[in-house]
Design a protein around this ligand. Structure first.
Ligand code: URA
Length: 236
């Protein structure tokens, strides 16, 4: 169960008085993909429920991650690949080039696991970005991006697109690494963060399960699901 002190971790009210776009305004953004799958809606309700245990929550994040992975990988490039069936030689396909997943620590870990169930060969590039709870600015504290970069696409994954700060920074870091094609994948977005990310990086696709109403004064998404990291790892 979520501890009610979640919001008290944030001493200040960084979103107080900050104008926020409406859902209708951001629904017009061109590269935003919002799931319409009924299974997603079902799982989202369990995720939002404050009575869902951490163990169930983590499992649900992985399942939602796998569903999002199906949607976000629908347009990947393939290359022909010769194989022998037990009967004869035939030409099939394999994903062209490597696939990267960048979970933004720590909340992105469950989503990355869900992605790996769909694409087990994907490289996982961990990136530690932490929000300063008072200013909501993202700070990099851990980076396991490899030296050699040879990917068709890299997915930056983080469940909550709130103010957009961490997502924008993560995409900046991946672009500086030379990644040409990047998508962002999250579970819940607030209109504010979605607009900020789209404006900062109009060349990326953004896949989310749901678009919520707004950020509250503390910077939490409402109705939301609380703190996605705390709920996955039981640290209330
Ligand atoms: N991060 C979370 O985990 N939850 C929110 O509502 C906003 C940011």
């Amino acid at each position: 169960m979520i501890d009610t002190n979640t919001q008290e971790k944030r001493q200040k009210l960084p979103m107080q008085g900050v104008p926020q776009p409406t859902r209708e305004e951001v629904l017009k953004l061109p590269r935003v993909h919002i799931s319409t799958h009924p299974v997603m809606a079902h799982k989202m309700t369990a995720l939002r429920n404050k009575h869902t245990s951490s163990a169930e929550f983590y499992q649900l994040v992985k399942e939602v991650g796998a569903l999002l992975a199906y949607e976000a990988t629908a347009h990947l490039a393939l290359e022909p690949w010769e194989i022998d069936t037990p009967l004869e030689r035939t030409t099939g396909y394999r994903l062209a080039g490597g696939i990267g997943i960048t979970p933004i620590l720590r909340a992105g870990l469950g989503l990355a696991e869900g992605f790996r169930e769909v694409i087990p060969d994907a490289q996982v590039w961990h990136l530690g970005l932490k929000r300063d709870e008072r200013t909501l600015q993202a700070m990099e504290y851990y980076n396991q991006l490899p030296h050699k970069v040879d990917l068709q696409i890299c997915y930056a994954v983080d469940p909550m697109l709130a103010t957009g700060g961490s997502a924008i920074d993560a995409v900046n870091i991946l672009k500086r690494k030379g990644i040409k094609r990047i998508s962002y994948v999250g579970i819940i977005a607030a209109p504010y963060g979605l607009l900020k990310l789209s404006q900062a990086h109009p060349d990326i696709d953004i896949y989310i399960a749901v678009l919520d109403e707004k950020l509250n004064d503390y910077g939490y998404i409402v109705p939301g699901l609380g703190d996605a990291g705390d709920r996955q790892f039981g640290t209330f």
